[in-house]
Each structure stands twice: as structure tokens, then as C-alpha cells.
Design a protein around this ligand. Structure first.
Ligand SMILES: O=C(O)C(=O)[C@@H](O)CO
Ligand SMILES: [Mg+2]
Length: 275
């Protein structure tokens, strides 16, 4: 969906349109005007079936996550930083790439993982970088870009990538080709604040953006972020990627979409601004 300001927003089907069962959310997103979707977990469904849902609804798949383990398991946020779990990481990553190819998806989010008790940060981080170097090689011929997201420690205690600087350090260590940042503005605001500086600093590495307004992770305009300033920063930098609506609608998905007109209004023309 193009907002009045020209930025492109996609619907996160884990968070939006939860009024209907998952497989009905494709049509619901299309009917609400979205042209693209993302969701973390396609794996309960055969990829060919999801592909049909996308095609029937006229939607593009923007992003999925690589598989993660069961809630409560050491791999619950992925195996990428777990020493001794390389085989598991590799098979999950390959499965993620297979789904991304089948869904025509451009971007695969590889989660940072939860550092296990007794493993130093340095060891977990080195394991992560080694695994990601292999993953970038695997993805190279597919054209799929891998992305890393920093998550805030309130919602994701123990998450390896807890700041933009840590996620960016991995991108830099791997040379920045075929790998970039998923910058989730909700996590940035909760963990670090200083959003516009973070955007300006990370823009060359950003391949995907996600949005939600703290403190309740609801739609833009319902919380504490100055969204028109944030969107202007992306526009000023000619950001070309998608922006995923990864928020919990405060009062129904379709009711809540009025923020697109209010918070992502068309920039005033020079003549209007001078009046
Ligand atoms: O929690 C988030 O933020 C995400 O983007 C999820 O995809 C992490 O699984
Ligand atoms: Mg996110």
C-alpha cells in the first residue's frame, strides 16, 4: 500500500487482520488496500498453498523469518548463536530459503537467538557471525537478502542482538552484501530512543523497516513516537524498501488504518509550506 506520503507499507499477517483465521487474512489485507504482506512463521502451511493465497489475493510476499524452535527450547529464537548447534542452524536456514524462493519473497529474517546461560557474549556472538557467513553464501544465488533485527531487552530478555550497533557490526563483519538490517522502530524506541539518529546512521544498511508505537505496540499515532518526523527522515533519505505494519491494532485492524492518512500525510508542497 502506498501511503499519501509515497512510502510503501505492507501488512504483517501475524499482527493485523487477526479478526479472521490466518489463511483468510490474505484476502482481508488485499480488500483493505495492501499489495504486500509479511509474516514470521509460514512453516505450519505448505509453501505452495501460501503461494496460491498470495496469487489469488494479488499480493507480494515481502518478508518471512527463518524457522525457530519450540517456545521454551534453547532454539526458541533460532539456533544461530548456539555453540554446537550448527547442523540445526543450517537445516533451519535452508528451509527458510526454500520457503522464501517458493513464496517469491525478497527478504529472510534470521533471528539473533537467546544467549544460553554459561556462554559468554563473545562466544555466542562469534558463533552467530560464523553461522551467518555460511548463510550469506547459501543465499547468494537465490537473490534473497538476509536481515538481522535488534530486539529490545524488555520484550526479548537475553536476545543476542539487543542494539542496532550489535546488529550493524555483524552486517559490517560480513561485508554488507546479501545481508542488511531489519530496523524495527518499536524496538529502537524501547531500547535506545534517539530514533531519527538511529535511522540516519543505519540507513545504508537497512533493507526492511517495521513499525509500532510504544508503549503498547499499537498503530502509529497511538503512542509516543513523532511519526511524521520519522517518515520524513525515510523520505529525505529516498528509502525504497517496504515498511512492515507489525503492530497490535488498538481497536480493529481496518478502523485502525486511519493513521495512514493522519501520520503519513503527503508532504506539504513548497508553496503550501510558505503560505
Ligand atoms: O518481534 C519482532 O519484532 C519481529 O520482528 C519478529 O519477527 C521476531 O520474530
Ligand atoms: Mg520486528
Amino acid at each position: 500500500m502506498h501511503a499519501p506520503n509515497g512510502l510503501r507499507f505492507d501488512a504483517n499477517l501475524k499482527w493485523l487482520f487477526t479478526e479472521v483465521p490466518f489463511e483468510e487474512r490474505f484476502d482481508a489485507a488485499s480488500a483493505a488496500g495492501f499489495t504486500a504482506v509479511e509474516y514470521a512463521d509460514p512453516y505450519p502451511y505448505p509453501a505452495a498453498r501460501l503461494r496460491r493465497r498470495l496469487t489469488d489475493a494479488g499480493l507480494h510476499q515481502v518478508l518471512i523469518n527463518a524457522p525457530v524452535g519450540e517456545p521454551g527450547s534453547p532454539e526458541r529464537a533460532g539456533a544461530a548463536c548456539l555453540p554446537g548447534r550448527t547442523d540445526r542452524f543450517r537445516s533451519d536456514l535452508q528451509r527458510g530459503l526454500d520457503y522464501a524462493v517458493e513464496l517469491g519473497c525478497d527478504v529472510l529474517h534470521v533471528l539473533g537467538g537467546i544467549r544460553p546461560d554459561g556462554i559468554s557474549h563473545d562466544r555466542a556472538f562469534a558463533t552467530f557471525v560464523t553461522n551467518l557467513a555460511w548463510a550469506v553464501d547459501q543465499a547468494r544465488d537465490t537473490g534473497i537478502c538476509l536481515v538481522l533485527e535488534a530486539q529490545n531487552s524488555r520484550d526479548a530478555p537475553g536476545y543476542l542482538l539487543d542494539t542496532q550497533a550489535r546488529a550493524a557490526a555483524v552486517v559490517e563483519a560480513l561485508g554488507g552484501n546479501g545481508i542488511g538490517l531489519l530496523l524495527d522502530l518499536y524496538h529502537v524506541q524501547v531500547q535506545e530512543g534517539d530514533l531519527i539518529s538511529a535511522l540516519r546512521e543505519q540507513l545504508p544498511r537497512i533493507r526492511h523497516v517495521q513499525i509500532a508505537d510504544p508503549p503498547d505496540r499499537t498503530e502509529p499515532g497511538s503512542g509516543e513516537i513523532a511519526w511524521p518526523r520519522v517518515f520524513d527522515t525515510l523520505l529525505d533519505a529516498s528509502y525504497q524498501g517496504w515498511i512492515g505494519c507489525e503492530y497490535r491494532p488498538a481497536d480493529g485492524t481496518v478502523n485502525g488504518l486511519s493513521w495512514l492518512a493522519e501520520q503519513a500525510a503527503a508532504p506539504a508542497t513548497a508553496a503550501e509550506a510558505a503560505r
